[in-house]
Ligand binder design. Sequence first.
Ligand code: FAD
Length: 260
Amino acid sequence: TTPTPRRAADRSKVYMADLESALHYALRVEVARFSVLTGERVRALKDFVAVLAKYFPGRPFVRNFLRSVDRWLRNVRESSIPYSALELVLTNRKEGQAPAVLSNNVTWVGCQGSEPHFRGYPCSLWTLFHLLTVQATRHRRLGTGPLEVLGAMRGYVRSFFGCRECAQHFEGMAAESMDKVRRVDEAALWLWSRHNRVNARLAGTETEDPQFPKLQWPPPELCPPCHGVVNRRHVWDEVAVLRFLKAHFSPANIFLDYTE
Ligand code: FAD
């Protein structure tokens, strides 16, 4: 689809339209590529939806939708799931009720590229998982351990993410150091630092939208105290970065512009 021209998004905000579009695309496009889910993909889907049901700070009907999909998946005892069965649950039609479903298309706001092939879904997937790692730090009592959200992301990316080269790179970083993460705060910082590694690797390549150069994020204008200099070299202040991540990916910083 051709993006509709609109005023530029504010880079200091997170947009619900991007997050809901990520949910739609993940569940109805990427997972739908497999007519029958088996083995590791069943596990990955269950773990992904479980963290969404717990931590996604969505509008009430979206939270209800995610909880009902999670309940359904938990009750599946078979080792394989036909996508057609999941699709009925994702459509969630009940007689006489407004369907509690996600919109059936994507609207990119913070993730809108200057051309249709830039940004979009991969941008929204990063945003979604940063948000989930941060939400897990706010709801520690719900959690099952520091790797809950990162493990769900690793499984989703390995099983479903359509960019297979991206999935391989991410799996390489995960295998190297993800299981050294000991606390939920460290999980949020792990994802931040790995995303910056990806940004550094991709800077200047053809995947970079010229309107959105790959930066080491957050840049000084978004977070002055995150940046320091020691012996004339740039250093991150990770205490300040964590504070910034918690504020940036908080429900108070998610804007509803362009949601239906
Ligand atoms: P993105 O990098 O997608 O970032 C989205 C938004 O997140 C930014 O606009 C910013 O607001 C915020 N952000 C940026 N950096 C950080 C950070 N460090 N911490 C927290 N928030 C941040 N593309 C490839 O070509 N090769 C790959 O190997 C590759 N691997 C990928 C692996 C994964 C798991 C994912 C989700 C994507 C991968 N991609 C890869 C896609 C690539 O990383 C970008 O998503 C894509 O190029 C779009 O870039 P973008 O400018 O929209 O910003």
